[in-house]
Design a protein around this ligand. Structure first.
Ligand code: GAR
Length: 217
């Protein structure tokens, strides 16, 4: 049985589109049953609809600071669609600890940095300002702290001296689109074990890939 999965977005939805595309494979262990946006103007909504995925808007703005009321509406929608797993894809709204606890071990997020480095806003600016030579993206379980939680999968990119926020973001996004479907596949297939703050993957192959940056000085 495919695990019923909702994707929550606030904007462009390119990670959502990558997840939807992956889930079209007959052997993918998750089915995307809903794309929910907290903004009516999220461009990702049209992309999801074009792929035949049911979409729903639950505007968060009218709820103001009342996170619990927004989450109650969200939870009703998730239950209505019998959702088992959640993927956040550029969902720009913080959750209460209660909501996070309710979805413990069932809610993934992607962030465009090698966490725990550079959580929060403007991660590419943070990475460039820190002068790191390797950056990347992280899929992790959601915990009450922003961009924290057990790490499921990471992908790395080399950072060049002439990189800008835009070029680094574009290169990182390519990695995001590869690792997010792979992480959802592992979760939906039951290959992930949570040991406290650490996530273990059963059957993960040993990899000897090494990324050295810069290559030539
Ligand atoms: C992605 O780069 C995602 O990693 C980031 O927002 C972008 C959404 O793009 N998420 C965060 O920064 C979370 N803290 P998308 O709407 O095209 O998937």
């Amino acid at each position: 049985m495919k695990r019923r999965t909702a994707i929550l977005i606030s904007g462009r939805g390119s990670n959502m589109a990558a997840l939807v595309a992956a889930a079209e494979a007959p052997d993918f262990p998750a089915a995307i049953v809903a794309v929910i946006s907290n903004r009516a103007d999220a461009p990702g909504l049209a992309k999801a609809a074009a792929s035949g995925i049911p979409t729903l808007v639950i505007e968060s703005q009218p709820f103001g600071r009342d996170r619990a009321a927004f989450e109650a509406a969200l939870q009703r929608a998730l239950e209505h669609s019998k959702v088992e797993l959640i993927c956040l894809g550029g969902f720009m709204r913080l959750f209460t600890a209660e909501f996070v606890q309710r979805w413990h071990g069932k809610m993934l997020n992607i962030h465009p940095s090698l966490l725990p480095s550079f959580p929060g806003l403007d991660p590419h600016r943070q990475a460039l300002d820190a002068g790191v030579k390797i950056s990347g993206a992280t899929v992790h379980f959601v915990t009450p702290e922003t961009d924290a939680g057990p790490i499921v999968m990471q992908g790395a990119v080399a950072v060049a001296d002439d990189d800008t926020v835009e070029t680094l973001a574009a290169r990182t996004l390519g990695v995001e689109h590869r690792i997010y479907p792979e992480a959802l596949r592992l979760l939906a297939a039951g290959q992930i074990r949570l040991e406290g703050d650490v996530c273990r993957i059963s059957g993960a192959a040993e990899r000897d890939g090494v990324l050295i940056s810069p290559r030539k000085i």
